[in-house]
Design a protein around this ligand. Sequence first.
Ligand code: ADE
Length: 250
Amino acid sequence: MRIDLISIFPEFFDVLDLSLIGKAQREDLVQIHRHQLRDFSFDKHRSVDDTPTGGGAGMVMKPEPWALALEHVLTERPTPAAVEDQTAPPRPVLIVPTPAGELFTQRTAEQLADAEHLVFAPARFEGIDHRLLDWAQEHFELRPMSIGDYVLNGGESAVVVMVEAITRLIPGVIGNPESLAEESHADGLLEYPVYTKPARWRGIDVPEILLSGDHAKIRDWRSAQQDLRTRKIRPDLWARHVVAQERNLT
Ligand code: ADE
């Protein structure tokens, strides 16, 4: 998978060189390319923002530097493997982080983990001139995305969240793929509580069932814990789970 990140703070993405995503890059499972948006602005101050048309507080990002940066990314993208391959490559997915976007969930991450090419365009200030999004639809599959109902200073931290959630699902990135199947949200429920040794720590025992060696009983206990937790902490997820189960039974 190729990922392009365009920002006025490309250093923000240095965290992606650490840990499992850093290793995935070194193993060429994912190629992450960073671009400085100001490199595509050619005035004296390399400015990327201007006052809002119609008035109002704050500044708005100009569309032209973004269009030039995105065109640059399009020219750099890998061409189809064979010359005789007449099928047009799928359009890259352009993810624009915004609190006004579609909610990014585990299902979105699973869907995007199959993409060949993702481009992220995190805005600063009050956002990007909307005409850029109209223009971009011709070249990209456009996905404005929110990571939750709160407002960040800019889209970069949302990009880090999304890139981590997506890339960990690429085969080979996580050593033990079983851990993906059992974690929270994989099946629409929260994960069960986990324990390690010693069996008694500061006077608190691990649940006895986990020491029984009875794998069927342990499975049932974990599943019941998932139900309990989800009902209590995330009634919204629980309601969805119940509806899905009822549908499967009919
Ligand atoms: N930019 C600012 N707030 C955001 C949010 N909640 N999600 C994605 N991008 C954002």
